[in-house]
Every structure is written in C-alpha cells, then in structure tokens.
Design a protein around this ligand. Structure first.
Ligand SMILES: [Zn+2]
Length: 258
C-alpha cells in the first residue's frame, strides 16, 4: 500500500517537475541478474534503464567527477551517476557489457575484504563478489572506477572507533594501491552517525548514503543521497528518480514527519 502511494505520488510529481534542472541524481544498484534477491535488477530492465538515460541526454559522469564539480562550484545540472554497491560478480559479467555498449560511466563500491568471496544479504542470501582479475579488467576501462565500501561490509555503527578507522583507511589504501584518487566512501549497509561522518572527513572528500533525494550544490558532501533501483522499481519510478519528482517527494515527506 505504502509503495502504491509512493508510486502515484511520484507519477504526479513528475508531471510538475519532469527535469532535474540544477540538481543531479545518484542511482544505486546492487546486483544485475536473474537471482531472486530483492535488490537485483533483471538484465533486460537494466539495459532499458541505461538506454533511457542515453536517450534523455543526461550528463552521465562518474561519482568522483560529480564530487570534483561540486567542490569547484561547477554546474551539476542534469547530471546522473550510476553506482553499484558490493561489487557483485554480475556487475562484471552482465552490467559491464551494457555500460560499454552505451558508453555509460559507473562507480562501484566494493568491500575490499570480500573480493573474490561472497556477500550475505540482510535476508541471508549469498551472492558472489567479483574477483581481483575482474576488478582489474574493469579498471582498465575509462568508464569504471572503484571506491571503498569498508573492508568487511560490517555496519560501521556496530564498531568501535579504532575498528571504524581501519575499515575506512585500509579499504582506501587497498584501492589506492591500484592508482587513482580514492575519494568517496559508501557507508556499509547505509549505516552512519555523526562520529562516523566526522571520521570519514579525515580520509575522504565525500560519502554517499542510501537515503533518497537529489544532489544540489549546497549538499553536505558526506551525506549525498542516492536513489535505489531494485526489483520493485517500475519504469515510471525509475524515470521519477532521474527527475525533480524524487526531490519533491523527499521534501514533502520531511515536512509531513517533522
Ligand atoms: Zn553494501
């Protein structure tokens, strides 16, 4: 019922605000495949969504590029960023060919201690994470960048200060050893608090959450919202998440519950 109300609200808000205007949208994917996990998007759906982004002429950039523009006060109008969390093997096998076909950049957040292993979802399902070799092959492409998602994927809010520091620093150091600027963190399982954000500022230029909404030039760089795309996302909802609708929806929600 709640999702139906949200769906209708987004449809209506998209009529009022069909464009991103001076804002940008960071999309969050996980697995792309045919497994039954809730967050998994079917390959044909993913391709249709990517095709829509290209046909709608969004300014598609990697997350590090969006951060660079935000920090230097450059225009971020109509920008869309495609991100993946956890670095599942299917990001390499299934999503990467689609990204290359449409020339779409992407940012992958990977828990560096789980490379070549499996991740257990909140519902207990196990999905394989890509190997070092897959990662290296993707890194050769100018389209893909890897950013840390902690070492163990444990919720940072459940750890002590020293352990949080090592999750932030060790994952950054590992990815840094491949070269490039490892500048953004995705808080594992979307969990953070004031102390974690303050620690993140010591290592990173920005951080992304799992709260929905749009990025505007005045956003806190360590609490950048992302719009989740999963198996329940209809095509209309997808369109709403790259329009002003999702920003308006979040604003209305905040007023209602504050
Ligand atoms: Zn994750």
């Amino acid at each position: 019922m709640k999702s139906l109300i949200k769906s209708c609200a987004l449809d209506f808000l998209r009529l009022i605000s069909p464009h991103l205007n001076n804002q940008s949208s960071i999309l969050m994917y996980h697995s792309i495949g045919n497994n039954p996990v809730f967050f998994t998007v079917r390959p044909e759906t993913f391709e249709a969504q990517m095709k829509y982004l290209i046909e709608s002429k969004f300014n598609l950039v990697k997350l590090s590029e969006l951060i660079r523009k935000l920090k230097s006060n450059e225009n971020i109008a109509n920008h869309v960023v495609v991100t993946f969390d956890d670095g599942y093997e299917d990001n390499f096998l299934t999503a990467f060919p689609v990204l290359k076909k449409y020339n779409i950049p992407a940012t992958i957040f990977i828990p560096t201690g789980l490379i070549g292993k499996t991740n257990t979802t909140s519902a207990g399902e196990k999905l394989p994470i890509m190997t070092n070799e897959m990662m290296k092959e993707m890194m050769m492409s100018p389209l893909v960048e890897f950013m840390p998602h902690g070492v163990t994927h444990n919720e940072l809010t459940s750890l002590g200060r020293e352990k949080i520091k090592s999750e932030l620093a060790d994952s950054q150091q590992f990815l840094g050893s491949f070269g490039g600027n490892v500048s953004v963190v995705a808080y594992p399982r979307g969990k953070y608090n004031k102390d974690i954000v303050s620690l993140a500022t010591e290592y990173y230029q920005a951080g992304v959450t799992v709260e929905e909404g749009l990025v505007s030039p005045k956003n806190n760089l360590y609490l950048l919202p992302r719009n989740s795309i999963d198996s329940s996302t209809t095509f209309n909802q997808f369109k709403a998440k790259v329009s002003g609708a999702i920003g308006l929806y979040q604003k209305i929600k905040k007023i209602r519950f504050s």
